[in-house]
Design a protein around this ligand. Structure first.
Ligand code: CA
Ligand code: CA
Length: 220
């Protein structure tokens, strides 16, 4: 291959990698949501969940669902921004709460890591790690459910509440079945490294949109 052709080829593959899909939820509703099809069942004794999020919903107005994984009777793995701005996670029971820099209209890279054996749970905001909390020790996330973005189901699969819906932009949703090292999370957050989840791979994930959710392609 000639050098010029090689350069063109490299430029093309870089350009391809730099495109990312973004979900845009413009309005508050109890009808708009997106289901994601994971690569394998969510039978998890540890995980890392990352996403990029931006919202103009002010704090102290209401809570916002960021990620929901629901089986028949349980919210198996739900990530929230609480009314007071804290980030919380619920693994089919009481939640764990983190006081972190506020999400807002500028994009934030948000991750949460959890390990059943130790119960160690940490949040990462733009690559910076929170303190660890002990939560859900010896628990296992069960398979057989559905991953939803935009709504919090209170039954399988519905009973959505507009007052908890997501409004804003969300992208780069990746889920790993293990705790990703903090150095890697930092590089992903900074855009220095691209790594896909082995359970949800944002680059490839099949999604089904219900209602008014826009899918845009952003060149990063
Ligand atoms: Ca609800
Ligand atoms: Ca729920």
């Amino acid at each position: 291959m000639k050098l010029s052709a090689l350069l063109l080829f490299c430029a093309a593959s870089v350009a391809q990698e730099l495109n990312t899909r973004t979900l845009v939820f413009e309005t508050e509703s109890s009808q708009n949501y997106v289901t994601l099809e994971p690569l394998k069942p969510l039978s998890l004794s540890s995980f890392t969940l990352c996403l990029r999020v931006a919202t103009e919903l002010p704090q102290q107005q209401r809570e916002i669902i960021l990620f929901a994984y629901r089986t028949q009777y349980y919210d198996e793995l739900n990530l929230w921004r609480e009314l007071d701005g804290r980030i919380s996670m619920y693994l089919s029971g009481n939640g764990v709460f983190f006081t972190v820099p506020a999400l807002g209209p500028m994009e934030t890279h948000l991750c949460i890591t959890w390990d059943s054996q130790s119960g160690a749970t940490s949040v990462f905001v733009d690559g910076k790690k929170s303190l660890a909390k002990i939560y859900g020790k010896n628990h296992t996330v069960r398979s057989g459910g559905t991953v939803l973005i935009g709504q919090d189901p209170d039954e399988y699969l519905g009973n959505f509440d507009a007052g908890q819906s997501f409004v804003g932009e969300i992208s780069d949703i990746n889920l790993w079945s293990y705790v990703v090292p903090r150095s890697v999370i930092k590089q992903i957050a900074n855009g220095d490294m691209s790594q896909s989840g082995d359970v949800i791979d944002w680059k490839e994930v099949k999604m089904q949109i219900t209602g008014d959710v826009k899918l845009t392609t952003t060149n990063v």
